[in-house]
Design a protein around this ligand. Structure first.
Ligand SMILES: Cc1cc2nc3c(=O)[nH]c(=O)nc-3n(C[C@H](O)[C@H](O)[C@H](O)COP(=O)(O)OP(=O)(O)OC[C@H]3O[C@@H](n4cnc5c(N)ncnc54)[C@H](O)[C@@H]3O)c2cc1C
Length: 481
């Protein structure tokens, strides 16, 4: 007797949902499930992390990871341009905003986050929509609208000096705009860097022609119909043809709320990513696990692997125990990485700092005995991959932790081989070297064979260096006679 395939409804078609699809396919999940994916955004899936490329002028197709044809080929039903309103968890129905109902046996909510929009005076029109010239930065559509508006020689103000704000500022500056970043805290990226790190970063950002106003915020958006300027909280005004809001994100929980699911900051899930409602799961930025929500992709991808294990029965005992997080700024010419705690927590925690004022580099470790508690690197991130791996695996630091910051130390040499270069996809240097030796001679070929560099892309320079290093090796001479 053949069993009826169960109906799996996935709400959202972003980076968490797409990874879940890949993980399900890897486990032959489509032999158990008939999958329908509900996507508010039209036109397949793309790598949201690489949106800055599109903002900078690249063809949107460059970042598309799954075109609509991919779903058809895999036998997955894609309902794109269809937003879900709520789940009827009793009748097991997905209710879409076009009034249709779709049956499900298992539903996964992966609705991501909303950009936070501060209530600035004069920011919206009479209908409550953002005025022409005011932008958020979350979707392909946002980027295309921004790019259509931005002209070289115009003035842009970016509100928010965190990862996204600085990324947008650099792209707009590279497009020829005069850019000012306004940031409420006294130093940039204050969630990931201490004061000295933030100051060093500010100098680097300014050296790229971007102006920075820290300790300030915007009180009002000026101009008649379109944006003409902004008024800061010190009453000074800045001319602005466009204003980009990069003020952080909050989990998108409307579907869960209307479905009666428990919500705190995000949709509350347990270690199997299950919500309280039978057959309903959540993952990615909309989910809250053990009191934590995440705003980066690695946790979403780790959750996707666990959920696929559970749903396919490949490993029903798989459990998610939280993710260790690290961040890297993907702004060309500005190297920043931060992980774990940025300041000591216990009295016995030790801080090791290397400051090179002329080179503009600042490196800091927070150490507890031989355990790495946190690290921050500004201006020189060569040690980032090794440090992330140590933090991730809880490996002991060398006797002298300073060796971690000084390439060429004996610890560095020993640890290199199984060092993870691509943290998004956990690809080690050893695996990359094997692939290069087997003929992967370009970054694209290496990415294709190993998946390295297909997440946030911040390791692509290192992939190129490994390839260059391999081709620069002298051919081995064989002694004859
Ligand atoms: C410009 C930018 C740069 C970034 N850079 C980095 C980086 O360098 N490193 C990093 O780790 N992270 C980065 N991030 C964050 C990363 O993109 C997110 O962590 C990741 O996308 C989260 O995946 P998700 O699936 O939870 O959410 P999303 O990718 O946002 O996907 C959610 C999807 O659900 C859809 N949806 C929502 N509600 C509904 C509904 N009711 N019905 C149907 N569909 C719905 C949304 O339209 C969206 O397509 C960046 C984000 C942005 C915007």
């Amino acid at each position: 007797m053949t069993l009826r395939k169960r109906k799996l409804a996935i709400i959202g078609n972003g980076m968490a949902a797409c990874r879940l699809l890949d993980e399900l396919l890897e486990r032959d999940g489509l032999t158990h499930y008939e999958v329908a994916i509900f996507a508010e955004e039209k036109g397949g899936a793309y790598n949201r992390i690489l949106l800055s490329k599109v903002l900078g002028g690249a063809d949107p197709d460059v970042i598309v990871t799954k075109p609509p044809s991919w779903y058809a080929e895999q036998g997955v039903r894609l309902l794109d341009g269809v937003a879900v309103r709520r789940l009827d968890t009793g009748a097991k129905l997905v209710e879409t905003s076009d009034g249709e109902n779709h049956r499900y046996d298992v539903a996964v909510i992966a609705t991501g986050s909303h950009p936070r929009v501060p209530p600035l005076q004069g920011m919206t029109d009479d209908q409550g929509d953002l005025r022409p010239g005011v932008f958020i930065y979350r979707t392909m559509e946002d980027c295309l609208k921004m790019r259509a508006h931005a002209r070289a020689g115009d003035n842009a103000v970016v509100l928010g000096g965190g990862l996204l704000g600085l990324e947008a500022a650099k792209v707009l500056s590279d497009c020829g705009l005069h850019v000012t970043v306004v940031h409420a805290a006294t130093t940039l990226m204050n969630s990931q860097l201490d004061e000295l790190g933030g100051e060093m970063l500010e100098r680097q950002i300014e050296s790229h022609g971007i102006f920075v106003r820290t300790g300030r915020t915007i009180e009002a958006v000026l101009g008649a119909e379109c944006v003409g300027g902004v008024r800061l909280d010190d009453d000074k005004t800045l001319a602005a043809d466009m204003l980009v809001l990069a003020c952080g994100v909050s989990p998108r929980v409307e579907v869960a709320r209307l479905s009666g699911l428990p919500i705190n900051k995000g949709i509350i899930v347990n270690d199997t990513l299950a919500t309280e409602a039978p057959g309903v799961y959540a993952l990615g930025e909309c989910a809250e696990h053990a009191g934590r929500t995440y705003g980066i992709v690695t946790p979403a991808w780790e959750q996707a692997a666990i959920l696929a294990d559970v749903l396919t029965g490949t490993n029903p005992q798989a459990r998610y125990h939280g993710s260790k997080t690290y961040t890297r700024l993907k702004v060309a010419g500005v190297d920043v990485a931060s992980m774990g705690r940025i300041d000591p927590e216990l009295e016995r925690d030790e801080v090791i700092q290397v400051v090179e004022t002329r080179r503009g580099s600042y490196r800091k470790l927070v150490v507890r005995g031989r355990e790495l508690v946190g690290a921050m690197l500004v201006g020189n991130t060569t040690a980032a991959a090794s440090l992330i791996q140590i933090l991730d695996r809880g490996d002991p630091l060398p006797e002298d932790p300073l060796e971690m910051l000084c390439p060429g130390g004996s610890f560095g040499a020993d640890a290199r081989a199984d060092r993870v270069v691509c943290n998004c996809n956990k690809v080690s240097e050893a695996r990359l070297r094997d692939a290069i030796a087997a003929g992967a001679a370009t970054v694209e070929a290496l990415s294709l064979t190993t998946t390295a560099g297909t997440g946030c892309g911040s390791c692509r320079t290192e992939l190129a260096q490994l390839i260059a290093g391999h081709s620069a090796q002298p051919a081995r001479l064989t002694a004859v006679g």
